[in-house]
Design a binder for this molecule. Structure first.
Ligand code: BGC
Length: 244
């Protein structure tokens, strides 16, 4: 099936038409800056612009940086707070005239990686972390997703994991690769002790930079970059919508 996949991030909103069986992009990816403030109306307008860019009439899947349950937004850590309580599928379907289905962005990236990327056919416990403005998590047991885990919001060292080790924190505090790599290592040790996963997959913009921090990572669990890199979110969002 062909579905338009969209990934709503803290700095950019990206889209591409996806073949949901193969995970392939069917046209070049398009990106617009995330409107600031990222209110429902402003973001819906940007998503509509992306749909119009591809003259899209079919289904759309959107990866969303918050808890999304049955088409409703329940949290807003890095987006405008007015999103909370919004029936996002209804809003975006009305705005675009297409059938829109929304899913947490990390869960979307995880689904894509488990089917077409670094976690392909993995039957164990797999944790995907998407590291960007925030830290999102997707948790799989035997290929099954446990949705909306939000482990980036676990308390850690007097703050949250996300406020301690996200890419936005690296930039804000101007951390060296070593300092940031060591922070991420501490976080991974914490997750390792809690869940004993078989594999960590690192997604988001950070997936391209793992070589810079690999030497500071001392966990026993294997850790690999997302093979679909920054496209994992939009591919997985399209796959999610294709099943609706
Ligand atoms: C949000 C998650 C999201 C992650 C990555 C966090 O702040 O709570 O829902 O997956 O950022 O975007």
């Amino acid at each position: 099936m062909e579905v338009l996949g969209i990934d709503f991030g803290g700095t950019g909103i990206k889209a591409a038409p996806i073949n949901t069986l193969t995970g392939e992009l069917l046209a070049e990816r398009q990106r617009f800056d995330t409107p600031q403030p990222s209110t429902p109306e402003a973001v819906a307008a940007t998503i509509n612009q992306l749909a119009k860019h591809y003259q899209w009439k079919g289904k759309i899947g959107v990866g969303f940086p918050s808890v999304v349950q049955n088409g409703m937004v329940h949290s807003a850590a890095n987006i405008d707070k007015t999103w909370i309580g919004i029936k996002v599928d209804e809003l975006l379907s009305a705005r675009t005239g297409c059938d829109v289905y929304t899913v947490n962005d990390a869960d979307a990236a995880g689904v894509a990686e488990l089917h077409h990327g670094a976690g392909k056919d993995n039957k164990g416990i797999v944790m995907l972390l998407t590291i960007g403005t925030g830290i999102g998590t997707a948790f799989f047991v035997n290929g099954e997703l446990f949705p909306n885990t939000e482990l980036g919001h676990l308390q850690f060292k007097g703050e949250t994991v996300e406020k301690y080790a996200s890419d936005a924190v690296r930039k804000k505090l101007d951390l060296t690769w070593k300092k940031w790599g060591m922070r991420l290592d501490e976080v991974l040790h914490y997750y390792e002790q809690l869940f004993y996963p078989d594999l960590f997959i690192i997604g988001g913009g950070t997936s391209k930079r793992l070589d810079k921090i690999q030497e500071f990572i001392t966990i026993k669990t294997p850790m690999v970059p997302a093979q679909l890199q920054n496209n994992a979110g939009l591919i997985g969002a399209a796959m999610f919508a294709s099943k609706k």
